[in-house]
Ligand binder design. Structure first.
Ligand code: GDP
Ligand code: MG
Length: 332
């Protein structure tokens, strides 16, 4: 039995995790699915967002999957495939990465007997086509170029100009591929069995040369807040900076204060899963659009990550966040 494998790409905030959640909601009860997530930041929020999805979850924090260059990615992949032998594997790489190397790895002889690589989906927020900051971004472009199927997500938010920009982009870039227009990643399950069509080898290209901060000593350590009950982690590369915090399971936050902090933080992207009095608060902000949700049970710990094209005043943001702990006085 080979594992049906789908790579779900798309730029920062385009809706990859949302799409995975929707696909997972359609998982036949008798099938075993696995998800492999690689995030730009160190903290690993997508894993927490997908934790209750009924699939095996493997997280590879820190990075650009293309440069995870092998080892953490291959170990994660090998463990999933050989030990768990899932029927289906969905892979969400960071939105700040080039898919060429992961595609080459998945299509390589090594995995020939283990997985069947299906069509790569690339999510596109068509509103970004008219913004040079995205449109001219090497990763944004290469993700779209490498895909077999393009999914214009967030349809509900498009203005006429966005639809026109999408139509114009599609006239120049269709290359025999299929285009789906959806909201909230609501794709049919059958799409995952579409074959690849884009078989030409891809190279990361000149724009791919970049540097990563030195890998943190022991990624697993980030799961454990220090003896103050929290810690923070920074990452940078691909023209973006990330700062994330993780808090122990005992820490609870003031819900309204936290929502205000998330709304006002001067950064492009925020995602978090935090413990509040009501249980779990999920926050997910892309630009000015903020999605929140409260649910039960409370999370095992609290984690939140901010991503921005420049380094923000992380210390200032941090002191605001620390003040929102309901029980913070016990730490000072
Ligand atoms: N309005 C709207 N928001 C969406 C849609 N799809 C995703 N979102 C929101 O966009 C943000 C980023 O989504 P996410 O799936 O985390 O993006 P990722 O970074 O690509 O994994 C979240 O706040 C989602 O709730 C959509 O179709 N319409
Ligand atoms: Mg995601």
């Amino acid at each position: 039995m080979t594992t049906q494998t789908t790579l779900v790409t798309g730029f920062l905030g385009s809706g990859k995790t949302t799409t995975l959640r929707h696909l997972l909601s359609q998982k036949p009860a008798d099938e075993k699915w696995a998800i492999l997530v690689n995030e730009f930041g160190e903290i690993g929020v997508d894993g927490a967002l997908l934790a209750d999805s009924g699939a095996l979850l493997k997280e590879i924090p820190s990075g650009c999957m293309c440069c995870v260059n092998g080892l953490p990615l291959q170990i994660g992949l090998n463990t999933l495939l050989t030990r768990n032998r899932p029927d289906r594997l969905l892979i969400e790489p960071t939105g700040l990465g080039h898919p060429a190397q992961i595609l080459a790895l998945l299509a390589s002889d090594t995995y020939h007997n283990w997985l069947q690589l299906q069509a790569t989906l690339c999510l596109l927020d068509a509103r970004q086509l008219s913004q040079p900051r995205y449109r001219d971004n090497e990763n944004f472009r290469s993700q779209l170029a490498a895909a077999d199927i393009i999914v214009a997500n967030k349809q509900d938010t498009y203005a006429c100009a966005d639809r026109e920009a999408l139509a114009a982009w599609w006239r120049a870039n269709a290359n025999g591929r299929a285009l789906f227009s959806v909201s909230h990643g609501q794709l049919p399950l059958a799409l995952l069995d579409s074959p690849r069509i884009n078989l030409r080898p891809l190279s990361p290209g000149a724009g791919h040369q970049h540097q990563h901060a030195a890998p943190p000593a022991g990624m697993a350590g980030l799961r454990l807040p220090d003896n103050q009950g929290w810690r923070r982690a920074l990452n940078q590369g691909q023209g973006y900076h990330a700062c994330g915090w993780i808090f122990d399971g005992a820490t609870r936050f003031d819900t309204l204060g936290l929502l205000e902090w998330v709304r006002l933080a001067p950064v492009e992207r925020i995602k978090g899963v935090l413990r509040v009095s009501e249980g779990t608060l999920r926050v997910n902000r892309q630009g000015h659009y903020l999605h929140t949700e409260t649910l039960q049970p409370p999370p095992a710990d609290s984690r939140i990550e901010l991503i921005h094209p420049q380094a923000a005043d992380w210390n200032h943001l941090q002191s605001g966040l620390l003040k929102l702990r309901l029980n913070y006085r016990t730490y000072i």
